[in-house]
Design a protein around this ligand. Structure first.
Ligand code: NZQ
Ligand code: ZN
Length: 387
């Protein structure tokens, strides 16, 4: 196992009725900026619960943070906070609103051009330089409620770029599983596939000595396989909803990544597909992930075989089990409503591989993946196999 430090200061408040705890979690005597998305919170009662809990707080609202939150939109909130001396931000939403709020939190006191935060991937580690924030999660998927990363889109250049740092953990996150009752099927499917792929990015690398991390990862994968298809059909079932919510958080709160190598190439390529074609984040992962395992088969096959045996209960020799495990993964994604070819998601795919390879090279990215062997040639192969 490699050396590691585990730091996660998020107060994670889980369960039915927990939104009422905002009264005590949000600081008193501070102006609060409430951030939200396109308005789903007004139809499902979440906004009303928040307002009731915060009836004694001074609140201003900033709505309209879009899925794949845009730098251009978020900068409007940055201006509001600077002008109105807001002391705390409360994000109510899924990954997009929470990520957008992380960017806002970082950008308010940033003295340079805020676009540098994304272009240069500035790390935020000084808590005195960011605006503190909490979250009310409305869509389990990304794990953003318990990590310090964020992904922001720049409309002007059609790019999707990341930021993060230890100062960008939420102070608290309220995760009430009943919020999923109002989610469209598509978003529930996305949540299962995003969480599944988060585990795969940290697990499906090569054999190592971190035995517990492997078992933890396999447990999350098995639980998602067990409950995923059912939660999409019955989001009102609390047993399903609560396990789904907890799996999504556990998949990307840092725990399973400690002491092990990790990949993340599927995400890096997937983000480009969202930036170019607007394909939902999770759907890009279902397109790229299995094809990355195919192209990188020789370096991943031992772990693929372990995954096949332990998660899918397959038997046979290493090559057979490893190959079948990839097919099982694609079939699972298809069961979850994913269209696993790029051409099924956009008509405009013929030049995709060239565009993305050119972008990676322009950013100076020589290689991705746990062994830094996903070279531009491999990226091209993976994308072309995904057409
Ligand atoms: O905007 P509203 O009206 O609220 O509607 C949203 C949005 O249209 C809707 N929704 C959310 N909660 C709802 C609801 N509809 C009904 N009932 C509810 N309870 O769902 C739509 C999608 O929301 P969004 O936040 O975009 O989805 P998700 O949580 O999947 O977030 C995706 C974003 O997170 C980033 C992705 O790149 C993408 O930008 N990611 C963030 C990560 C992180 N911070 O660690 C890791 C991930 O890998 C990912 O990259
Ligand atoms: Zn993801």
């Amino acid at each position: 196992m490699t050396n590691f430090e585990l730091y996660n200061p998020v107060k994670y408040v889980f369960g039915k009725g927990q939104i009422a705890k905002l009264t005590e979690l949000v600081p008193a005597n501070t102006k609060i900026l409430l951030t939200y998305g396109g308005g789903s919170i007004f139809n499902n009662g979440i906004y009303d619960q928040v307002k009731t809990a915060l009836s004694n707080h001074e609140i201003i609202e900033f709505g309209g943070i879009e899925p794949n939150p845009r730098y251009e939109t978020l900068m409007k909130a940055v201006t509001i906070i600077r002008e109105q001396e807001v002391g705390f931000i409360l994000a109510i939403g899924g990954g997009s609103v929470i990520d957008g709020t992380k960017f806002i939190s970082a950008a308010v006191n940033y003295s340079g051009d805020a676009l540098e935060i994304l272009k240069q991937r500035i790390l935020f580690t000084d808590l005195t330089q960011v605006i503190p924030f909490g979250t009310v999660l409305t869509l389990p998927a990304t794990g953003s409620e318990m990590n310090s990363g964020a992904v922001i889109s720049v409309e002007a250049t059609q790019e999707k770029l990341t930021l993060g740092g230890s100062a960008l953990f939420p102070k608290f996150s309220i995760c009430d599983p009943t919020v999923i009752e109002s989610l469209p099927k598509r978003q529930l499917q996305n949540g299962v596939v995003d969480a599944f792929t988060h585990v795969m990015e940290q697990y499906l690398t090569y054999p190592h000595d971190a035995l517990l991390q492997d078992r933890l990862s396999e447990s999350i994968l098995q639980t998602l396989i067990e409950i995923g298809p059912a939660v999409v059909e019955q989001p009102t079932d609390y047993k399903l909803a609560s396990n789904f919510t907890w799996c999504c958080t556990m998949a990307l709160n840092g725990l399973i990544q400690k002491g092990v190598p990790s990949d993340w190439a599927t995400h890096m390529i997937g983000h480009e597909l969202t930036a170019l074609y607007g394909i939902d984040h999770a759907r890009t992962l279902a397109i790229i992930g299995p094809n990355l395992y195919r192209v990188m088969f020789e370096t991943k096959k031992e772990k693929l075989a372990q995954y096949g045996r332990r998660v899918w209960n397959l038997s046979g020799n290493e090559d057979e089990v490893a190959k079948l495990a990839i097919e099982k993964t694609t079939a699972f994604f298809q069961t979850m409503g994913m269209l696993t070819k790029l051409s099924e998601n956009t008509n405009d795919f013929q030049e995709t591989a060239t565009i993305i390879v050119d972008r990676f090279e322009a950013r100076g990215w020589k290689a991705l993946g746990e062994k830094q062997n996903v070279t531009p040639e491999k990226v091209r192969e993976i994308i072309e196999l995904s057409y």
